[in-house]
Design a binder for this molecule. Structure first.
Ligand code: BDP
Length: 704
């Protein structure tokens, strides 16, 4: 009897024959993006023949401990390898290649490395996976599947890997009511309301995706935290998640509101030196550990953007952090954010974190980490690296990047962030501690998550690549972002070398296009108020000066840019002398940072041979042209990829083309209203009037 699918296939052939078109040998599967980079699409050609000939089987030698993690490891290997053979199950043959798991019993500490190499087993050729602990074996199995997915024959796989940093963490800005701050992929994936009884199966798929790229820690709630998430009912919910994720090597953390002792503890104050406050946190920590013995700890946003903190009581960040650290003891970690700035502080906003934190170097308890954003402002499309890196040698510093694209187009088009993160990881701090990746190596890296309830997890298909690249770079910052793009695309879309070349090239260039059409030459923070969607460089009337775009660009009829040299705010003085010297001279500074550090006349001559104004226009145009080129490249891939995702990305790119033009035109219209200059010859005219751009209004924009 013919199966249901057989009937459908037969029908498809009959219809295709009737229509006179050829039936493809390997029809493209219908895809909805849910499987992420773990599709395990069947191999083709020689690679398929190789894998079938190897006929791998998974073997755990007797005596090995079993554990939930090992069970998952075996299942992942078996299912992934079978799927790539186009089968549902592995089939042993007399010549089967054993894949032997040799997993030790060390306690996982986030440093679970592994080796994969040929080895004899029971007198025959085998491939051995060895790791000091079970989690290392799980990581190895995902690495092995990745290699196979990329077309590498099993017998040629030799890997020895260890993560570059212990903490590889996602920070969710998800609220308990399901809204995600700066989320553009639907509602929160965490169904707090129905926990602890109901665990959405998606929570397992989420953990699995994270484990496949080495992510080992998750802060489940927004840094703008609600105190009630520390109540017993939420501890029970969190425990359910922690239990589900433990086999995947993921530890849970909570963002904690500093004033929780007042809001849910009935105390009058949250002063960190008050014994009653200390006792409250101690009891709270004990209560959490009783439910979740491997609870990771607290993430805290304090005295920043209106959040409560120790300064409300005249105490320092260190006193606040150390109080919580004492409550956790050696069981967990306090991650204290350095993202602080104040309206009342008249100094350059980009200098305030450095000024507040450097004097505290050496004062933080051992189990405190200070989490520092990649740049000194706020996740802009491009910023110089944060001067705190390298400047607090006696403090454990962790890097925070944003995977969700709050300032890089949000849910539109393609902006692959690998190059952005690589830029900061590779930045030389000039302070002896080496590049940023070296400074944070003993600690870790956090990424603000971009997941949501959308079927494909991240809103656009290409934003999956940002989640993927974050994990891969936290595991190994030395990987090239281009290599990561290629391996992601090969697992996610197609192994066809030509298509892969095109996709990788699109991804490589995409972030620079966004920089060019939103804020070229070091401009930043020019976006719409509140929702941060679209251009609004004209905004200058917000009550907090440092929330205004005009605070950052400082443009008028004479020129544009923020003078951060010694003549201006001297933010440059916060960098190591060698770095500051490189950037101090507008004639020699890397043009990417020109207007970040310098204010120049519109007609200043640049090393490119153009005036500043002509260069700005050229870069806006390059951004727009870059997006057009991506859309054209993608268009040519029709037929090489599954139709559903091809169409979805085409639509994403159409949105991005519209928005790139809007950014360019609105920005140029505004700059022209100040400088009175005509556009250089050949430049396309601005489509609408400045007033028309200023009148656009988006009260419903997502993610606020
Ligand atoms: C800004 C976001 C805001 C966050 C803040 C933070 O606009 O929603 O709360 O960062 O990092 O970029 O705390």
């Amino acid at each position: 009897m013919m199966s249901g699918r057989g009937v459908v296939n037969r029908l498809a052939m009959v219809i295709a024959a009737a229509l006179g078109c050829a039936v493809a040998a390997a029809p493209l599967r219908a895809e909805d993006g849910y499987a992420l980079w773990l599709r395990h699409a069947p191999l083709e050609g020689e690679a398929l023949a190789d894998l079938r000939a190897a006929a791998p089987v998974v073997v755990a030698p007797p005596g090995e401990d079993d554990s939930p993690t090992l069970k998952i490891t075996r299942a992942e290997l078996a299912q992934g390898l079978a799927a790539m053979q186009g089968e549902t199950k592995l089939r042993a043959t007399p010549d089967s290649l054993p894949i032997v798991l040799r997993c030790g019993r060390a306690r996982g500490d986030g440093q679970s490395g592994f080796a994969i190499a040929p080895q004899a087993f029971a007198g025959r050729r085998a491939l051995a996976i060895s790791a000091p602990d079970h989690l290392g074996c799980l990581y190895a199995s995902f690495a092995l599947l990745r290699e196979v997915a990329l077309g590498r024959p099993l017998h040629a796989i030799r890997l020895g890997e260890a993560p570059a940093m212990p903490l590889r963490m996602l920070n969710h800005w998800d609220n308990p009511d399901g809204h995600v701050e700066r989320g553009y992929a639907g509602r929160s994936i965490f169904d707090w309301w129905r926990l602890p009884e109901r665990l959405d199966p998606r929570m397992i798929d989420y953990a699995r995706a994270n484990a496949s790229i080495g992510i080992n820690a998750v802060v489940v709630n927004n840094v703008n935290a609600r105190a009630f998430m520390l109540e017993p009912r939420y501890i029970a919910k969190l425990k359910r998640l922690a239990d589900a994720w433990r086999p995947y090597g993921i530890r849970v953390f909570l963002a904690a509101r500093f004033s929780a002792p007042i809001e849910i503890g009935g105390l009058a104050r949250a002063d960190p030196l008050d014994p009653a406050v200390r006792a409250w946190w101690q009891a709270k920590a004990d209560e959490i550990y009783a439910a979740i013995p491997d609870f990771g700890g607290f993430l805290v946003k304090a005295n920043s953007e209106g959040q409560p903190g120790p300064q409300d009581y005249g105490r320092s960040h260190a006193e606040g952090a150390n109080m919580l650290a004492a409550a956790l003891g050696n069981r967990g970690t306090v991650i204290w954010r350095a993202f602080v700035y104040k309206a009342e502080d008249a100094t350059d906003r980009t200098m305030q974190a450095f000024a507040e934190f450097v004097p505290l170097d050496g004062q933080f308890a051992k189990n405190v980490i200070v989490q520092v954003k990649n740049g000194p402002l706020d996740f802009q499309p491009r910023e110089p690296f944060h001067p705190l890196f390298g400047a607090m040698p006696n403090t454990r510093l962790m890097l925070e990047v944003q995977i969700t694209r709050e300032y890089l187009g949000q849910a539109s088009g393609i902006a692959y962030l690998g190059p952005l993160w690589q830029e900061v990881l590779g930045a030389d701090t000039g302070r002896g501690g080496g590049v940023v990746a070296e400074v944070i190596a003993p600690v870790g890296m956090a990424g603000v998550a971009n997941t949501g309830s959308d079927r494909n997890w991240t809103g656009t298909d290409f934003d999956q690549a940002n989640w993927y690249a974050f994990g891969r770079l936290a595991w190994q910052p030395a990987l090239s972002s281009e290599q990561i793009a290629r391996e992601w695309a090969a697992q996610t879309f197609t192994r066809d070398p030509q298509a892969l070349g095109t996709i990788t090239e699109m991804m490589r260039a995409s972030r620079e296009h966004v920089v060019n059409y939103t804020g070229p030459l070091g401009l930043a923070h020019l976006m719409g108020t509140g929702h941060h969607y679209g251009p609004a460089p004209w905004v200058c009337d917000l009550p907090r000066p440092e929330w205004n775009p005009c605070y950052y660009h400082r443009a008028d009829k004479d020129g544009i840019g923020f003078d951060r040299t010694a003549r201006g705010s001297n933010a440059l003085g916060q960098y190591a002398p060698a770095i500051a010297a490189q950037w101090a001279d507008p004639a020699s500074i890397d043009l990417r940072y020109l207007l970040w550090f310098h204010r120049l006349a519109w007609d200043a001559a640049l090393p490119t041979g153009r005036s500043l104004w002509a260069e700005l226009v050229a870069r806006y145009d390059a951004g727009v042209a870059g997006v057009d080129a991506m859309a054209a490249q993608w268009g040519r891939l029709a037929g090489a990829l599954d139709a559903a995702r091809h169409a979805a990305v085409s639509a994403d790119l159409a949105i991005q083309r519209r928005e790139a033009r809007w950014w360019r035109d609105a920005s140029l219209a505004y700059w022209q209203s100040l400088n009175g200059l005509p556009l250089p010859e050949g430049a396309a005219p601005v489509a609408e009037s400045l007033e028309a751009y200023q009148a656009r209004n988006f009260p419903e924009a997502p993610g606020q």
